[in-house]
Design a protein around this ligand. Structure first.
Ligand code: DC
Length: 221
């Protein structure tokens, strides 16, 4: 049986990997999984239900019992659209904290692997190529300088009508990168078999073209 192809795009916060992954999926007619949103919605549910963000066992139980439904980019929790509530910096920080807990990560594995359906999947996160889909057809490590990423996040937040402070964003991104990269369980890092895509000086279209080019090469092998 031929495995359903997966393009795994990993990288730090606000690198643009979500936009590049979603557009690549659209171009190929593949499904798309934003795995960060799964960590964010889990953190959001924990905060709403008063679950301690350091209680690993309780968080893993919560993750296994979440009533989640995905429709395009919208996520429904208990039948309610969560919308931009999971896109705030506070939700991102909480997601990064709980993401350091191995039992919580293990509890989310099946949910993420369930997105692998024909004709293919493009996914983005931190451990898509290393842990969740180690047999991915193409693995990309997509990054950009911290300043450029802070600029992009700033624009995104302002567009969504949130308050934002550029200096605080650079600081926050650096802290989040350090936490995501230094944790023992599935740390953020470029795997040996992942291709490096630095988008600091690339447009979104150029980044998508590069991923599509690499995918066609990998698929022809
Ligand atoms: O990509 P993002 O900023 O939406 O992710 C939010 C947090 O979730 C991020 O700080 C680390 C965590 N995360 C993870 O540990 N593994 C993933 N595959 C995706 C996200």
């Amino acid at each position: 049986m031929i495995a359903v192809p997966v393009i795994a795009i990993d990288g730090p916060s606000a690198s643009g990997k979500g936009t590049v992954a979603a557009l690549t999926a659209k171009e190929l007619g593949f499904h798309y999984l934003d795995s960060g949103a799964i960590y964010r919605v889990t953190a959001h549910a924990a905060m709403e239900r008063g679950v301690d963000l350091a209680d690993e066992a309780a968080l893993a139980d919560l993750a296994r019992s979440l009533d989640l439904h995905f429709d395009g980019v919208e996520i429904y929790l208990d039948g309610q659209a969560v919308g931009d509530a999971i896109r705030t910096e506070a939700a991102g920080r909480a997601a990064s904290r709980i993401a350091a807990l191995p039992a919580l990560r293990a509890a989310l594995l099946d949910l993420q692997r369930g997105f692998r359906k024909a004709p293919g999947l493009v996914t983005d996160g931190r451990d898509m190529g290393s842990v969740v889909f180690p047999d991915a057809t193409l693995k990309v490590f997509l990054t950009a300088s911290a300043e450029e990423r802070a600029n992009r996040r700033y624009k995104q937040l302002i567009e969504k009508g949130f308050d934002a402070n550029l200096t605080a964003l650079v600081q926050d991104l650096r802290e989040r990168d350090a936490r995501d990269a230094s944790r023992a369980s599935a740390p953020l890092r470029q795997e040996a078999d992942a291709r490096l895509l630095d988008t600091t000086d690339l447009s979104i279209a150029q980044a998508v073209d590069q991923v599509l080019g690499w995918y066609r090469e990998a698929d022809a092998r």
